[in-house]
Design a protein around this ligand. Structure first.
Ligand SMILES: O=C(O)CCC(=O)C(=O)O
Length: 263
């Protein structure tokens, strides 16, 4: 299959668990921004608002809105998202998992602590990718930060609730503590609309609260490759997919998680 990105990008993604792709979704920004405008005025019942007394503004996050926001589904089905995901994950198939919206007013939010995404999800596997797509220019100090190579740890990191730092599930030996970030190279970039940071669900990452004087909107699109299967967790997941009715080891159901790419 033709590569839409450089071979060196695939190699960085494989080795570091993260790569920045400059300008690849430029022509989609106005479309996605229209969707985000609608979204902000019509958040779903899944949406969460975080408040921190240090920052005055509102920080809203929301999940799984692609079916009701046509601009998001247009992007998911008609952009190069799936073919780039197939390149990066080195996967013959690409299945859509979910979208995640982050809206931070100027001077708002809570810092997103260092974390891995996969332990919060009802899946396991290595061929995964999230596309973190900021809709406005982003300075480094309000951009995503990631620990290069952390996707190769052989145990998942204990997930915690961001509001009170308590363990998300009953504590178990299945998880390890967060390693010291000092042992890793930190990847972080200034970004322009159209740039995307692509990272493995296992790559440890975090972000500051929005200390900027401008609001920020980011969409993360999450995709699954060949080796990803359903994984029952010992409690609720985030996002939750209640009624999913699947067994451990099954590929995720097509009617909820459509296949976008198959070779
Ligand atoms: O942008 C943020 O504050 C956090 C993003 C994040 O954790 C993610 O997309 O997985």
């Amino acid at each position: 299959m033709a590569l839409l990105i450089k071979q060196s990008d695939v190699q960085s993604f494989r080795e570091a668990g993260v790569v920045i792709l400059r300008g690849v979704f430029k022509e989609w920004i106005d479309i996605l921004a229209n969707g985000a405008d609608f979204h902000l005025n019509n958040p779903s019942e899944r949406s969460l608002v975080h408040q921190n007394e240090k920052y005055q503004g509102q920080f809203l996050e929301d999940f799984c809105n692609w079916r009701r926001i046509p601009e998001y589904s247009d992007f998911i089905f008609n952009s190069n998202l799936a073919s780039i995901a197939s390149n990066l994950m080195e996967s013959k198939t690409v299945q859509f998992f979910h979208d995640h919206f982050f809206y931070k007013e100027a001077n708002s939010g809570v810092p997103s602590p260092w974390h891995q995404d996969i332990p919060y999800y009802c899946v396991k596997g290595h061929q995964t990718v999230s596309f973190w797509l900021p809709l406005e220019s982003r300075q480094k100090n309000v951009s995503l930060r990631l620990l290069a190579g952390s996707h190769l740890l052989n145990k998942e990191i204990r997930p915690t609730s961001w509001s009170n730092n308590e363990s998300f599930y009953e504590d178990s030996n299945a998880f390890m503590d967060m390693p010291d970030s000092d042992g890793y190279e930190i990847k972080e970039w200034e970004t322009e609309p159209g740039d995307v940071i692509a990272f493995n669900f296992k790559t440890i990452h975090g972000a500051n609260a929005n200390k900027d004087t401008k609001m920020s909107r980011t969409l993360s699109f999450r995709l699954l490759g060949d080796d990803v299967v359903y994984n029952e967790r010992p409690g609720r997941t985030s996002p939750s997919f209640s009624g999913i009715n699947q067994q451990n080891g099954e590929r995720l159901r097509e009617d909820w998680f459509p296949t976008l790419w198959s070779e």
